[in-house]
Design a protein around this ligand. Sequence first.
Ligand code: SAH
Length: 313
Amino acid sequence: MTDLPKEFRQQLAERFSNVTGSDVTGSIFTGKELQRHQSDDGTQKLLLEWLDGERTECVLLQDDRHHRTGCISTQIGCAMGCRFCASGMDGFVRNLSRGEILEQILRLNSLLPKEERLTHLVVMGIGEPVLNLDSLLPALDSATAADGLNVSVRRITVSTVGIPAGIRRLADYVTKNHKAYKLAVSLHAPNDELRSEIVPQNRHTGIETVMKAADDYFAVTGRRVTFEYTLIGGVNDQPLHIRQLAALLRHRNAVVNIIPLNPVPELPYRPPAGKMVRRFAEELSANGIQVKIRFRKGDKISAACGQLRRICR
Ligand code: SAH
């Protein structure tokens, strides 16, 4: 628009994204949908490319209880390097902006038929959410706005590897703004030695500090914390681990979410046998711990937990 003053055009260029690369002309989207995968269990996965050429994936999950769940990413790559997860295999590039996070939500919502909308959001895609709260929280504010998508605050879950300072910041924000999102903490091991091995971030924190931050989150929000436990064959599925996990959680008002490992071809870890999963869950529950098993969804299109990445397949 050469009829605008040059200086003004320069300011526009500095402050706004150039959306000519977008695949939806005239829309507010800045990304481009590179791939769409659909699985027969109703799961759909989008590979999006952002203006700088970087890519992320996001997933729509559907179940027969009318839950329509959007699973969104917060970063390009991930710096946490959990040994069994595909998302961090190529390291960390940058945070997603609030617009990029919101765009994933809107795009997933638009995959649904007109009469439906997203009922749940899980911040469980690529990246460590509490390291990008500056973008995530405003994006969730838009998703929960009554004149926006109007997703219920109670149906939003933020999952973290367990960074105490980040959990505290989140707790502070959600209490001040009356947005008690559900918190999920990726525990995966009941002792520091094993946890530091499979979740390297643990070397800087240790389980005790993570548990303390989770306890405080529960105390200020009143929302019970979920502890995710990816069950890895022969690694963290032994009777000793059940006893240690039960001891860690016995006096806490918590739920364990068991996620049978979803295999990543390049990584050496294997899923546990089906009967091990059941036994692990039964014995934990016999020890007075609340347990849920997260049934695998979308694994045929590599859209299950820990399988998201930033490449075309
Ligand atoms: N980075 C955040 C959000 C990811 S949520 C976090 O760590 O919580 C996805 C969950 O799936 C996490 O608990 C993650 O540790 C787990 N996960 C990673 N790789 C997996 C795999 N291969 N199979 C099953 N679960 C996996």
